[in-house]
Design a protein around this ligand. Structure first.
Ligand SMILES: *Cc1c(COP(=O)(O)O)cnc(C)c1O
Length: 359
C-alpha cells in the first residue's frame, strides 16, 4: 500500500516532508536524548520550538507587534465560546453572518452569553453563496462582527470583507495560510490546526492586544485569552507535540516561498478543478462561481447512486475521502496547502474517465 491522495476536510493531508522529518526526530530530538512528546514544556528545547512557531506565524502572516499569537486547545469550537466571553464584556452584543454550519454553531454558542444579531444568512440556498450585507441591519453598538472566512462544508469564501466599524472577528480554520490575509483588518483570527497547519489538538489564535483582559463574569481561567497571553501559551501544559508538528509545517510553508506563493499554487489547483466542473456534462459545482472556495470544492452528479459509485471507485484509485459532508451529500474535494497539484490533476483525470464510463 502506498500513500493516497487524501481529500479529507480535516484532519487532512500533511506534507510528506514534514512527516518524514518528524519520523526522523521521533525518538531523539536534536541532542535532547528524548522525543518531543517526552519533554517538559518548560525545557529549553521545547521553549525553542514554541518560540520558533510563534516567530514563523508572525513572519508568514505579517502579524503586527500589537497582536498576540496564542496556541490553545479545545479546537475551533472552543473559540465559539471564548470570543463572546472575552470580546463582548462591554455591550454584550455582536453581529454574525450565517454562511454555514460553523457560523451557525458559533452564533448559537455566543447566544448563551450575549445578544447575537444575525445580520444575514445564505441558508435559503443551502449556503451556496456569501450573502450581500445591508448595513442598516448592523448593530451600532456591537462589540464585534463575526464571519466564517472559508466555509469548509459548503465551499464558499469571502473575497471582500464586510464594511463594518465593529471589531472584525474571523474563523479562518480552513483557509489559514492558504491565501494572504491582512491581519490588521481584524481584531481576532482563529484556526484549528488540523486543516492547513498540522495535526488536531492545537488552535492558533491571533488577537489584538487591546481587546483582551476584560471578560464576562464567570469566565473560566482557561477560557481567558489574557491568561494565555501573559503566560506565553503555557499557563498549563500546551499540546506540545501538535505545536512541534505545526512548527515543521510552518517551516515547510516558508520553504515553499510563503503564503503568497502558496496562494498562487492554490489558485492554480482550484482552477483546474473548477474549469473541469464548468465543462463537465456529469459533474456540477454547487457554489456560485464568484464565491467559490480555494480549499473546499463540493460537487454533485445529480444522482445519489452515481455519487456513491464515484466515491467508491475513486477510493479504489487512491483518491480518498471524497464523500461530501453528511448535510450536503454529493462529493467534496478538500485541496489544502499540502495537496500537491498532481493530486488535483489525478482527480480530474479520474473524473473524466468516470464521466466517459457513465454517460
Ligand atoms: C473544522 C472547523 C471548525 C471546527 O473545528 P474543531 O477544531 O473541530 O472544533 C470550525 N470552523 C471551521 C471553519 C472549520 O472548518
Amino acid at each position: 500500500m502506498s500513500r493516497v491522495y487524501n481529500f479529507s476536510a480535516g484532519p487532512s493531508m500533511l506534507p510528506l516532508e514534514v512527516l518524514e522529518k518528524a519520523q526522523k526526530e521521533m525518538t531523539e530530538y536534536g541532542t535532547a536524548g528524548m522525543s518531543v512528546m517526552e519533554m517538559s514544556h518548560r525545557s529549553a528545547d521545547f521553549k525553542a520550538i514554541i518560540d520558533d512557531a510563534e516567530a514563523l506565524v508572525r513572519e508568514l502572516m505579517n502579524v503586527p507587534d500589537n497582536y498576540k499569537v496564542l496556541f490553545l486547545q479545545g479546537g475551533g469550537s472552543t473559540q465559539f465560546a471564548m470570543i463572546p466571553m472575552n470580546l463582548a464584556a462591554k455591550n454584550k452584543k455582536a453581529d454574525y453572518v450565517i454562511t454555514g454550519q460553523w457560523a451557525k454553531k458559533a452564533a448559537a454558542e455566543a447566544e448563551k452569553f450575549i445578544t447575537v444579531n444575525k445580520v444575514a444568512s445564505s441558508a435559503d440556498k443551502t449556503f451556496s453563496y456569501i450573502p450581500k450585507l445591508d448595513k442598516s441591519k448592523f448593530s451600532p453598538d456591537a462589540d464585534y462582527f463575526y464571519i466564517c472566512y472559508n466555509n469548509t462544508i459548503y465551499g464558499t469564501r469571502y473575497t471582500k470583507l464586510p464594511e463594518t466599524d465593529a471589531v472584525l472577528v474571523a474563523d479562518i480554520s480552513s483557509c489559514v495560510m492558504s491565501e494572504v490575509i491582512d491581519v490588521t483588518k481584524f481584531g481576532l483570527l482563529f484556526a484549528g490546526a488540523q486543516k492547513n497547519l498540522g495535526p488536531a489538538g492545537v488552535t492558533l489564535v491571533i488577537v489584538r492586544e487591546d481587546l483582551i483582559g476584560e471578560t464576562l463574569d464567570g469566565t473560566p481561567t482557561m477560557l481567558d485569552y489574557k491568561i494565555h497571553a501573559d503566560n506565553g501559551s503555557m499557563y498549563n501544559t500546551p499540546p506540545t507535540y501538535a505545536i512541534y508538528i505545526l512548527k515543521l509545517v510552518l517551516e515547510w510553508i516558508k520553504e515553499k516561498g510563503g503564503v503568497a506563493a502558496l496562494q498562487k499554487l492554490n489558485e492554480e489547483k482550484a482552477k483546474i478543478l473548477y474549469d473541469f466542473l464548468d465543462s463537465s456534462e456529469l459533474f456540477k459545482g454547487t457554489v456560485v462561481p464568484e464565491d467559490r472556495s480555494l480549499m473546499n470544492v463540493p460537487f454533485v452528479t445529480g444522482s445519489d447512486e452515481l455519487d456513491a459509485k464515484f466515491v467508491k471507485e475513486a477510493k479504489a484509485a487512491g483518491l480518498v475521502n471524497l464523500k461530501g459532508h453528511r448535510t450536503v451529500g454529493g462529493m467534496r474535494a478538500s485541496i489544502y496547502n499540502a495537496m500537491p497539484k498532481e493530486g488535483v490533476i489525478k482527480l480530474v483525470e479520474f473524473m473524466k474517465k468516470f464521466e466517459e464510463e457513465n454517460k
